[in-house]
Design a protein around this ligand. Structure first.
Ligand code: CP
Ligand code: NVA
Length: 308
């Protein structure tokens, strides 16, 4: 039993499968009329150092669906590590609420929150990873294919936080993972090296390519994300020169398996990493994927805060 949900890598395939099964069950139950109030009286503090639509609304609504409540703490309000140390914030919140969800810049900050909290801490995105997104993503893949093992997932674009978590969950659960990214925009080499033995064990194949066309060959899933993540805004102009060959457009989609689904964690920069035609086209799973954040995170909240 884990106290926190900080990274996909910390969870075994069986534990991830358990979260996924619970997410599917909670979704069914919710659609059939509602979830039981397993988090009645429980409150989640949500610390945001960066903007958010999906993460904020899905955690807030997820807590309400399970009978609990959520508190939004804006960057200016608590001044994580500025107005007050992370260790002090963690210890204060531990006596007032029942869980913390944090969206931070430095990954170390969410780890430090977890270290000093006696209550569960959930990583709601850091510069290194986005594990809640990955759980919702793999749920979306499962809903389409009825399995995860042997599904070919291709990520096209920046080797960023979303790519790292997607690679980790694919490798843990036996999906094949291919990434095509420009030189200079690789995932951290430590993330790649750590995942190799895990992939070998699950039978997942990993491919690290430069050519998006080669990468989408035989793809069951094409995934993309923004070229410039939050906090990298100074690099926007430079990135806009490098990334256009990595755009997910109709041509690229037509080179994948005929039944391919297209995914994007959102927010999308339409006309850059994805065209309108693809985002709104027949292969797109962008909105079901976003909606699955709700169900996947309810499984995490229930497991960590509800004694599931
Ligand atoms: N995908 C995602 O995390 O979206 P937000 O940044 O809007 O939360
Ligand atoms: N890679 C993006 C994901 C946004 C949800 C970012 O970090 O800005």
């Amino acid at each position: 039993m884990h106290k926190d949900f900080l990274d996909i890598i910390d969870y075994t395939p069986e534990e991830l499968q358990g979260l996924l099964d619970l997410a599917v069950q909670l979704k069914k139950e919710y659609q059939a009329g509602g979830n039981p109030p397993v988090l009645k009286g429980k409150v989640l503090a949500m610390i945001f150092q960066k903007p958010s639509l999906r993460t904020r609304v899905s955690f807030d609504m997820g807590m309400r669906h399970l009978g609990g409540d959520a508190l939004y703490l804006s960057p200016n309000e608590i001044g994580l590590g500025k107005r007050e140390s992370i260790a002090d914030i963690a210890r204060v919140l531990s006596g007032m609420v029942h869980g913390i969800m944090a969206r931070v810049f430095q990954h170390e900050h969410v780890l430090e929150l977890a270290r000093w909290s006696s209550i569960p801490v959930i990583n709601g995105l850091s510069d290194y990873s986005h594990p809640c997104q990955a759980l919702a993503d793999i749920m979306t893949v499962y809903e389409k294919y009825g399995q995860i093992k042997d599904v070919n997932i291709t990520y096209v674009g920046d080797g960023n936080n979303v790519a790292v978590s997607l690679m980790q969950i694919a490798a843990k659960l036996g999906a094949n993972f291919t990434i095509a990214n420009p030189e200079g925009y690789d995932m951290p080499s430590s993330a790649i090296e750590t995942i190799r033995p895990i992939a070998a064990k699950s039978g997942s194949t990993l491919n690290f390519l430069r050519d998006p066309h080669a990468a989408v060959h035989h793809a069951d899933v094409i995934y993309t994300d923004t070229w410039t993540s939050m906090g990298q805004e100074e690099e926007t102009a430079k990135r806009e020169l490098v990334f256009p060959p990595y755009q997910v457009n109709q041509q690229l989609v037509s080179e994948a398996n005929p039944d391919v689904i297209v995914m994007h964690c959102l927010p999308a920069h339409r006309g850059q990493e994805i065209t309108d035609e693809v985002a709104d086209g027949p292969h797109s799973k962008l909105f079901p994927e976003a909606h699955n954040r709700l169900h996947a995170q309810k499984a995490i909240l229930y497991t960590l805060m509800g004694g599931k």
